[in-house]
Write a protein that binds this ligand. Structure first.
Ligand code: PLP
Length: 478
């Protein structure tokens, strides 16, 4: 499989051959500022889909990932994948168990993506990435300095995935004071000299802009072996494709059935994987994009206008991992939407740079978003999250986290008779106990192993939202 850039067609590596999976593993961003995309989607035929129904999670992950990573010898890839998706790491052999919410709404199912080490769905991709990095670096005999931005969950998932991996250091930027107590403690208590928590005076988008600026400095990047793990990382997106297949098989009895998914969205990474699964031929009916008050994506899917917001317009909400106003993976979907016309895509992104927006409302593409690609959307306010957490708990006894609550609320608007609506559970409620207390008058139970988390000693380094300050810190520590 070769990879192309969303902004300019093929991108080549040394010697001029097209980039492959291992070339873009530490990247995501193409030299021209676009995002890496496979040059085609493998199509899964009916026989293959039937065979995949009976595989374990690890075996399924191997089959799904393998056509995208043709430059890794099969036995190596199988080893990496099988050691990643174990009951020890993810709490059960199912890895992503499915629970019915029929007592609350007849077709709703909850796909548990949050039983990994940091209790958020990002572990599913990040744990794989940790093992892939270790493999790739050992082959090249090189170190790696990861620079990332997090609104809470990416950072801890990355740190716990890279913790103890040989040759890897992590510099993780987070918006100071904007993460939950649990998220903060989970990251800042990790006692490892190779993990650097940088608390930035700003919002998540400031952190992300700094990481982009550091990555854009080719010389700095090369001289200090800088890589990223943020949500534009292609390997993360591919790893997430797996659980759409898994969720589909668990929610259905045969491959004649269709399933819809509702995904609580911020950077569009999770639901982008759903789009890819659908393009590969998985019988997905609707892909429902659910946002909180930061509704850039919902606005686009409803109106055709994509208008990014500045930091000042970004609301700090009770679903903080979705407080994002520039959805970095969205470019991947738009690339497909414009028929993979890189010039057209470039034109749209130049409009964003110039006007802060582009408008497809008058384009024939607008109708395709729903009719051809299955996307619909909705949003959810704080009061609706509280009400949803309470109602789901009352009807089922299950406590859901505020991000999942966004999806459950929006999913109800698109529920159709006899089409399972799989809601992705992206975090465990104990991560966001401030909100659970408001909804239920008590806290969610701390999962086993996390009881003393909030008492652990924490360290972080405070820095201004300034590229030079962050580069200076990195220079002093590589
Ligand atoms: C990251 C995150 C999201 C948003 O996922 P995207 O891939 O950025 O759309 C939603 N919920 C939780 C709990 C998260 O950590």
């Amino acid at each position: 499989m070769n990879y192309v850039s969303t902004r300019g067609g093929a991108f080549a590596v040394d010697g001029g051959r097209p980039a492959r999976f291992l070339d873009i593993l530490l990247e995501g961003l193409a030299p021209d500022g676009g995002l890496a995309m496979p040059d085609h989607y493998p199509r899964i035929d009916a026989t293959t889909l039937e065979a995949w129904r009976y595989l374990s999670y690890g075996e399924l992950a191997f089959e799904v990932i393998r056509p995208f990573a043709t430059d890794i010898p099969l036995a190596d890839l199988r080893g990496i994948v099988m050691k990643t998706y174990t009951a020890e790491v993810f709490g059960s052999h199912e890895i992503t168990p499915l629970t019915s919410l029929a007592a609350y709404a007849p077709e709703l199912r909850l796909l548990d993506l949050s039983s990994g080490p940091t209790l958020a769905f990002k572990d599913l991709a990040m744990q794989l990435l940790g093992n892939l990095f270790e493999y790739a670096l050992a082959r090249k005999g090189q170190p790696l300095n990861i620079v990332g931005a997090t609104s809470g969950d990416t950072g801890s998932a990355a740190e716990y995935a890279m913790h103890g991996k040989k040759g890897v250091q992590v510099f993780m930027l987070s918006p100071r004071g904007r993460m939950s107590a649990f998220q903060t403690a989970q990251m800042f208590s990790l006692d490892d000299p190779h993990i650097h928590n940088l608390a930035i005076d700003g919002v998540f988008d400031d952190c992300q802009d700094i990481v982009k600026a550091v990555s854009a400095d080719a010389a700095f990047k090369r001289d200090h072996a800088i890589g990223t793990v943020n949500s534009i990382n292609w390997a993360r997106v591919v790893a997430q494709v797996v659980y759409y297949f898994r969720g589909y098989f668990m929610a259905t009895g045969s491959n004649d059935e269709r399933v819809s998914f509702t995904v609580p969205s911020g950077n569009f990474g999770n639901i982008c994987a759903g789009h890819i699964a659908r393009m590969m031929g998985l019988p997905i009916d609707r892909l429902v994009c659910a946002t909180n008050e930061n509704d850039v994506l919902d606005e686009f899917f409803r109106t055709g206008v994509y208008r990014v917001r500045g930091a000042a317009e970004t609301h700090a909400t009770s679903s903080p991992s979705m407080d994002i106003s520039k959805a970095s993976n969205f470019e991947r979907f738009v690339f497909d939407l414009v028929g993979r016309d890189a010039d057209e895509l470039k034109r749209l992104w130049q409009q964003i740079d110039r006007d802060g927006r582009f408008d497809l409302s008058q384009s024939p593409l607008f109708a395709q978003i729903q009719e051809r690609y299955g996307f619909v959307s909705g949003q959810c306010s704080h009061a609706e999250r509280i009400g949803t957490i309470r109602a789901v708990h009352d009807e089922t006894g299950i406590v859901i986290d505020p991000h999942t609550a966004v999806a459950v609320k929006v999913a109800r608007d698109f529920e159709m008779p006899r089409i399972p609506m799989v809601v992705l559970e992206t975090a465990k409620p104990a991560k966001f106990n401030e909100t659970i207390r408001e909804a239920l008058g008590r806290e969610a139970d701390m999962p086993p192993g996390f009881e003393d988390l909030l008492e652990r000693p924490c360290t972080s380094t405070e820095l201004p939202a300034d590229v030079a300050a962050v580069k200076g810190y990195i220079l002093a520590h590589v």
